[in-house]
Write a protein of this length. Structure first.
Lengths: 113, 110
């Protein structure tokens, strides 16, 4: 049982490049989330999903797209990376909303030059 | 629209209890109090949560005041590995979102 895993762990992009971050969970959780964390700040929600085939916007969705084609995977895409998207990205999942905890992945550190 | 207020930092001696305060004076009746921590560069880790009763698990205890306007997370015997940023979060049961503030940076010293 690996929990929540994220790929890649580190990435450096040039402005305008695109990339996809992959989040995978093996706990059969319905809900999945993407957060970003800037230095010295708390986490902010980018997008989330309440089930396979569904996605919704969080607090800071601009510049990102997501997809949840399979229940266990949640992809975060950057179509045209900007330096303001330099951050650490965390994925999380939870079984239900009934007081269940969110389990977080180890993070992806992204630098956009 | 921060829902919680925490001190920015605190120190604790190894082996002693660490008491982390959190104010949530605008908490509503259907909101839980959650505590997470984040050890340097890692993903946040769930610690404990409660509604109105005190709670205890293998990691910590959560004491919620009777009026629910504040709470205290207690790490009974702090170790160096407990050095982390601790986040106090209030959340409605069916809310999809955890709203993280700045948290309290706890440094456990030998």
């Amino acid at each position: 049982n690996a929990g929540v895993t994220q790929t890649p762990k580190f990435r450096v992009l040039k402005t305008g490049q695109s990339m996809t971050l992959l989040c995978a969970q093996d706990m059969n959780h319905e809900y999945m989330y993407w957060y970003r964390q800037d230095p010295g700040m708390g986490l902010r929600l980018i997008h989330y999903s309440v089930g396979e085939g569904t996605t919704a916007k969080g607090e800071v969705p601009d510049g990102y797209n997501v997809s949840r084609l399979k229940k266990q995977n949640f992809l975060l895409g950057l179509e045209s990376a900007a330096p303001s998207q330099t951050s650490v990205y965390f994925c999380a999942s939870t079984r239900t909303l009934l007081g269940d905890t969110q389990y977080f992945g180890p993070g992806t550190r992204l630098t956009v030059l | 629209d921060a829902k919680t207020t925490q001190p920015p930092s605190m120190d604790c001696a190894e082996g002693r209890a660490a008491n982390l305060p959190c104010n949530h004076s605008t908490i509503s009746g259907n909101e839980y109090v959650y505590w997470y921590r984040q050890i340097h560069s890692q993903g946040p880790q769930y610690i404990i949560h409660g509604l109105k009763n005190n709670e205890t698990n293998e990691m910590a205890s959560l004491i919620i005041t009777e009026d629910r306007k504040s709470s205290t997370l207690i790490l009974p015997h702090a170790t160096l590995r407990d050095t982390a940023v601790y986040y106090c979060i209030v959340r409605i049961t069916f809310d999809y979102k955890l709203s993280f503030g700045a948290g309290t940076t706890v440094t456990v010293r030998a």
